[in-house]
Design a protein around this ligand. Structure first.
Ligand code: B1M
Length: 211
């Protein structure tokens, strides 16, 4: 589809209005929100990631790309977060760990969790252990989720889990971890309850954890 190719280019160029418009048009053409997300937005950002890694794109440009992606995601949010089941599955506290400011993946997981029936409490980015502890105290969530996009920040998830374990919280609170550099082995190694590979799968796994 020409429009999808155009949208990937627009996302690469950081053109928020154009990505917003492209998303609108695809939805009007009857595209499924998940398809718009994966074929245009996530695929566009994957290409950005490659050129970022290779030193062709730099932080200011990639920030623009992130802004463009978010302008498309805003249109998908009400669709993806619309819950079929009215009964809440409980609260899900989610946040990106300390030292890490990537939030697109976390936001996506949050939307899908809402769609699955959770009340999502989003702690945002760059969360030290104190933030997670305070949120657990205040909200008594059914699940805690942590996101990390950097190999340098993902070990911090282990630090949080260790502290939760020390306090006896791991016995009653399932902890889900996710983010591009993670894998099942890492999640197992740090003692996480669950590894979420992508947003859709994480929502399914979260349902299963409380079901
Ligand atoms: Co950053 N960055 N970045 N970056 N960035 C990566 C992650 C990188 C892989 C790029 C690269 O080199 N190819 C690389 C990390 C390398 C490494 O650690 N090995 C990198 C780097 C190096 C950096 C900086 C250090 C660059 C610098 O300053 N020199 C810097 C660090 C800043 C910091 O956090 N302290 C930095 C900065 C940035 C921007 C600010 C410019 C921007 C973020 C903007 C924002 O998020 N608001 C940015 C971006 C956009 C990226 C890439 C290009 C895209 C990330 C993204 O949004 N993907 C990324 C390259 C890449 O990943 N290919 C890159 C789309 C998103 C939908 O996918 O986040 O993977 P993802 O989420 C998925 C799954 O992982 C999973 O579900 C999601 C949906 O399916 N998931 C979970 C995520 N969290 C989950 C939690 C769960 C379950 C599943 O349970 C709780």
């Amino acid at each position: 589809d020409d429009l999808v190719e155009q949208m990937k280019d627009d996302l690469y160029d950081g053109l928020a209005d154009e990505v917003h418009e492209g998303t609108t048009i695809l939805l009007e053409r009857g595209w499924d929100a998940n398809e718009v997300l994966s074929d245009a937005l996530v695929e566009g950002m994957r290409i950005v990631g490659v050129d970022f890694r290779d030193g062709i794109l730099f932080v200011p440009e990639v920030l623009q790309c992130a802004g463009a992606m978010k302008s498309g995601m805003e249109l998908l949010r009400p669709i993806l977060a619309a819950s079929e089941n009215k009964a809440s599955l409980g609260k899900y506290v989610i946040g990106t760990v300390k030292g890490d400011i990537h939030d697109i993946g976390k936001n996506l997981v949050g939307m899908m969790l809402e769609g699955a029936g959770f009340e999502v409490i989003d702690l945002g980015i760059n969360n030290p252990i104190e933030n997670y502890l305070a949120a657990i105290d205040e909200h008594e969530p059914a699940i805690l989720g942590m996101s990390a996009l950097l190999t340098t920040t993902m070990p911090y998830m282990g630090v949080v889990i260790e502290e939760l374990d020390k306090r006896g919280i791991m016995k009653e609170l399932p902890v889900m971890v996710g983010g591009a550099p993670l894998n099942q082995e890492f999640a197992d190694a740090i003692g996480a309850t669950q590894y979420g590979r992508d947003a859709a799968m994480s929502a399914e796994l979260a349902r299963a954890l409380v079901g």
